[in-house]
Design a protein around this ligand. Sequence first.
Ligand SMILES: Nc1nc2c(c(CN[C@H]3C=C[C@H](O)[C@@H]3O)cn2[C@@H]2O[C@H](COP(=O)(O)O)[C@@H](O)[C@H]2O)c(=O)[nH]1
Length: 323
Amino acid sequence: MKEKAYSTQTWSSHALNPKTQNRETIDWIFLVDLLNFSFWSDIDPQDTGRYDTQRYSVDFEGELYTGYWSLCAAINRALAEGIPITQPAYWLSQKFTLDHLAYIFRSSTEESIPLLKERYQVLVEAATVLRDNFDQASSFADVILAQQVNADHLRSAVDLVNLIVANFPSFNDIDTYEGQEVHIYKRVQILVSDIWACFNGKSFGAFHDIGSITMFADYRVPQILHAMKCLEYAPSVRDHLQALKPLSKGSSWEIELRCSSIWAVELIRQYIHRLDPNSRAKINSILIDFYLWDTAKLIQQETRGLAGDSSAIACHRTRSIFY
Ligand SMILES: Nc1nc2c(c(CN[C@H]3C=C[C@H](O)[C@@H]3O)cn2[C@@H]2O[C@H](COP(=O)(O)O)[C@@H](O)[C@H]2O)c(=O)[nH]1
């Protein structure tokens, strides 16, 4: 596997990610990270990620995309067809119906996109919040611009995360574990991080506390943390996942798995900073996460599925709008 230095520039190197850095790019990122959840397939048990399993696949410019990239492909395809899908006002227009969203996310295979109705509701809710809570804001860029900057013209990533979860319910990734509230905040943190990475830490992406953002607790990174022997699953949990059984949202196993993946990345980050104190300014949990996630996807492609060999672990099958 080709090693590559990880930096914010890596973000725009992905074929489907925008190459420009402007308000339209913010709109694209906002839409993607509103819908950045639950792409694991009910009909690809080996999790090969391949369209020939008939799992949900999007054809964009002659290429078939699955998983997270199917979301980006469907959005780019809609834009290429002249559908203003990244404009929040569109989500409140007459034209924007559940059937229209089904067309936008149409599949080239038997399986449709999971949680389509929830995706529709998330968009209508977000556009309503922009209109009602942010003075008819036409773009999420206006929400960022409304944020105070400090003397160095830098905003607070943590304040932006808290502002988003206080206003947009679909980002409220909170659970209760043994009576204690646990704020995992996966999609809101990847939203702020994608903006930071896309803008290379400048302009809309200029934050003085970006190092406070954690890894994004999804269902893909725990697998590679396990493959790297950074995460160990109790035999009962491992057997449950390998049997492709669903893991219910809010169960103690699900919360422990997500929080353990966050803590594992924090320990990796601390280890890297101890090894090389100069890396403190360059390496944060976001870049470690991006590296781990991209590497997990490469392994999935090369081995036709991360659950392929016995040492691998299947991803946990929790249907949720939060990741
Ligand atoms: N922790 C973490 N989770 C991430 C991402 C991304 C996409 N980020 C890309 C954009 C810029 C970066 O450089 C990455 O290339 C998606 N996901 C989550 O994965 C799951 C989808 O997986 P699969 O079904 O296999 O495609 C789903 O929960 C989705 O929310 C990430 O980066 N980190």
